[in-house]
Design a protein around this ligand. Structure first.
Ligand SMILES: *Cc1c(COP(=O)(O)O)cnc(C)c1O
Length: 397
């Protein structure tokens, strides 16, 4: 911790624990203390730590071929992209590494589509985004954000973004102009505090986008791949977006792997030289990510997410503690809204840590519960007893 403090930029404020090992839903610190991981690395660790099938393909592929750049074809990339398109219903995909890069890729794709397919005048394309969004930390992603903390003294920022309230389809309708390229939205806002929009919101947005010839691009970097109890969170509203962003869990909790997937008429506008990534789509990343998709389906982690999520949410509601102002979620994507008069979400997480549960606050008052999707009932039961203990102690103060 001291070395990180001396040599590392302080752009995070981690809990004071030093982790050295992980297995399944659990991690261990340097003193051998065991914790239930209810953070899941912001949903990057959905398959659990050190999943045997993922470790096996990682080793096998690393021994064969890891990185060659996109200057050449490999025997891995095509199969990965095919699988990703197959299960999401998208036509084509472009591989990158981090989520923020997928967001940048989608922005480029949407803008190019606006100019070359919709005849929007040069440099006039607009992208509509939602208040409270999180699309990453690059300059364009923070330019999309409404969060002053993310933007402060990082300007000048890219322009062409228009903010509307999240969950308000009429606001989308009124914000669209002839220059609108796309509407970027998280089906459930993650970093914004696990914010679930009204029922049917995304379906209405999809209707509006289709009518107005605007691309609906769903950022499912956090909500995708089973996290909310469906393969994609947009499936709750039976929506197939025009463009889709995946990341985090796509790398099986091992590597950074992201994708921008979209309709052919958008993706075909990327031509040689127009975009790229040295590591994106490497055979190592492709092999691990394809297997991550296979494991997700073979082990039915999506159903487990739905069942364990319902069970956990139900258990939390039954605790009916005045410390919890609200508990909400879909699948294993749950937010506990803490009454700030009683305790801060950060302090709540420190109490949980003392009880053997690791997670992190988001947006000052919300504690996120997003364990690996492999979690079992007995671990959820254990977590509920520990959470209850923390709640009762705060109530008694
Ligand atoms: C985490 C996240 C990103 C950014 O992903 P990185 O891999 O951290 O760059 C983008 N959008 C959403 C919705 C996210 O949750």
């Amino acid at each position: 911790m001291e070395l990180e403090q001396r040599f590392g930029a302080a752009n995070y404020n981690p809990l004071p624990v030093v982790l050295t090992r992980g297995q399944g839903c659990h991690v261990w610190d340097e003193n051998g203390n065991k914790y239930l991981d209810m953070m899941g690395a912001y949903s990057a660790v959905s398959h659990g730590h050190a999943h045997p099938r993922l470790l096996s393909i990682l080793n096998e592929q690393a021994n064969r071929l890891s990185v060659v750049s996109r200057a050449f074809h490999t025997d891995r990339l095509g199969q990965f992209l095919e699988r990703a398109c197959e299960i999401t219903g998208q036509d084509m995909a472009l591989p990158m590494n981090t989520g923020a890069e997928a967001v940048e890729t989608a922005l480029k794709g949407a803008r190019r589509w606006a100019y070359e397919r919709k005849q929007v005048p040069t440099d006039q394309a607009e992208v509509i985004v939602c208040e409270g969004n999180f699309h990453g930390r690059t300059l364009a992603a923070i330019a999309m954000s409404s969060e002053p903390e993310y933007r402060e003294n990082f300007g000048p920022l890219p322009s062409g973004f228009r903010l509307i309230p999240f969950g308000d389809a009429d606001a989308l309708d009124s914000a669209i102009t002839p220059n609108t390229a796309a509407f970027f939205v998280e089906p459930i806002q993650g970093e914004g505090g696990i914010v679930i929009p009204p029922d049917g919101y995304l379906a209405r947005c999809a209707e509006i986008c289709q009518r107005e010839n605007v691309l609906l691009i769903c950022d499912e970097i956090q909500t995708g791949l089973g996290r909310t109890g469906h393969l994609l969170a947009c499936h709750h509203d039976k929506v197939k977006p025009d463009g889709l962003l995946l990341g985090k869990a796509l790398g099986g909790g091992i590597l950074p792997v992201s994708l921008f997937l979209a309709r052919r008429d958008v993706m075909e506008l990327f031509r040689p030289g127009s975009h790229g990534s040295t590591f994106g789509g490497s055979p190592l990343a492709a092999a691990v990510a394809k297997t991550a998709l296979d494991v997700l389906l073979d082990e039915d982690l999506i159903t487990n997410s739905r069942l364990m999520g319902e069970y956990l949410l139900d258990g939390l509601k039954k605790l009916s503690s005045p410390v919890l102002a609200d508990t909400r979620g879909r699948g294993l994507f749950i937010g506990m809204e803490i009454d700030p008069e009683r305790i801060s979400a950060r302090a709540f997480c420190e109490r949980l840590m003392e009880q053997g549960i690791l997670t992190k606050d988001t947006h000052a008052t919300v504690v996120r519960l997003a364990p690996p999707l492999i979690i079992r009932r007995q671990e959820v039961d254990w977590a509920l007893t520990r959470i209850e203990r923390v709640l009762r102690r705060i109530e008694a103060q």
